[in-house]
Design a protein around this ligand. Structure first.
Ligand code: MG
Length: 176
């Protein structure tokens, strides 16, 4: 069975610019390329699970998000395809949703589709909803401090057993 990382995008892989629609605004968080490279070399499949409520709010389009993802891929400059799947949840928080975190639906679908071992899968993100999506899917969850919350805030928020890391590289350094 395969192992996998489910990664939030904004605040975890790239700087959270809030309703980012312009590829020129994409900025990698430091050491993310090294982290993803190491995860791949350890045999982890990589998935992105990103809430993009700006689509549901009519602020930008799905194509804008695709262009930003393409720019992120360019900046990462790692062998492609780097990601085994990308799920963009377009709903705003007040709309009925299928895939919007904390929904576990995408993670559960990928576990089935790719034959993943849930005990060797992680959801990693900078917000409570990322952690909740992972726990709802009954996989592991890890928090990073490169976005919404600093370490002190996470200490107050994080669910028992959810470890907090300065950033993605420090998390990936614990994987085997
Ligand atoms: Mg985020």
């Amino acid at each position: 069975m395969s192992k996998a990382l489910f990664l939030d995008r904004d605040g975890t892989l790239i700087l959270d610019k809030h309703y980012l629609a312009d590829p020129a605004g994409v900025e990698l968080i430091p050491d993310v390329a090294a982290a993803l490279s190491r995860a791949r070399s350890l045999g982890y499949k990589l998935f992105i699970l990103t809430n993009q409520s700006g689509i549901g709010r009519g602020m930008y389009s799905l194509d804008d998000v695709h262009r930003c993802n393409e720019r992120m891929d360019e900046l990462l400059a790692l062998p492609r395809p780097l990601f085994d799947g990308i799920c963009i949840a377009p709903e705003s928080s007040d709309q009925p949703s299928l895939y919007r975190k904390p929904s576990p639906r995408y993670i559960l679908e990928m576990i089935t589709l790719h034959g993943l071992d849930p005990t060797q899968c992680w959801m990693v993100g900078d917000r409570d909803t990322d952690i909740a999506a992972g726990l709802n899917a009954k996989i592991n969850a890890a928090a990073v401090c490169t976005g919404k919350h600093d370490a002190a805030t996470w200490a107050a928020l994080a669910a028992p057993g959810v470890r907090v890391f300065p950033g993605l590289l420090e998390f990936v350094a614990t994987l085997r």
